[in-house]
Design a binder for this molecule. Sequence first.
Ligand code: G3P
Ligand code: CA
Length: 279
Amino acid sequence: MVQSHFKKVAFILFSLAILGMLIGYVPEKASADAEEENDVEKVAHRGAAGYAPENTMAAFDKAVEMDSDYIELDVQMSKDGELVVIHDITVDRTTDGSGRVGDLTYDELRKLDAGSWYGEAFKGEHLPTLGEVLDAYEGDMKFLIELKSPSLYPGIEEKVNDALEKRDLDEAEEESVIVQSFDFHSMQMFHKINDEVPIGVLTSNPKDLTAQSLEIFKEYADYVNPSKDEVDRDLVNQIHELDMGIMPWTVRAKEDVQPLLDAGVDGIITDYPDYIPED
Ligand code: G3P
Ligand code: CA
């Protein structure tokens, strides 16, 4: 009788121990998975360009609404030296005007409608200035600033750095601002002007992703941001081993997200920030 009672108690204690182990185990595993998801920066390409006209305040507002970490934006310069946010080197595709950005004054650019081409609901959106975007979202968002065709705009690196310095964003912690370009010479110049600002190099050319090229980037860059089609686990590891980060572009299909997460990228640049799993 006593022996059977003892067996029952032993069984209950054993079961409780197993249960305890299971309870202890599940949250630990779940938190490890969540941690992996949390690490990826959600970068809203040209704002959330899948939902609003690219590089407008409406697109940047959408990026905020979708809990993005970074706004990606393209910066060029007007004829009279204002830093304006627009992707193409002409205004033809994304406004109701025509001509080259660098041939138009800021007043002329400001009058253009940058929303109607996308949809009637966005009529009246204008081309923002870099300063306007920084002032509107500083503190809420981080900025991935692309210098677009900087060789067309001599001095643009100094001007962008001035805009950052004026707002103390050049010394901001946690990489609140990253400056990137396809023009490596421009990025080297920027690094010389201010080595506090993290630099990214953009490429879709596999020749820029050899071990030798990555070593050269390491001299002035903090990020190597390739086309998503060039990314695999091995490339991510090589870039991480050189202590740089990698944020591929441009995700426009949901099924492109998971392979990039599996490869271990640091951020995903996408027109659809809501495709990236929540923190
Ligand atoms: O941020 C990377 C991506 O924006 C590069 O391509 O043409 O969209 O500026 P593009
Ligand atoms: Ca861009």
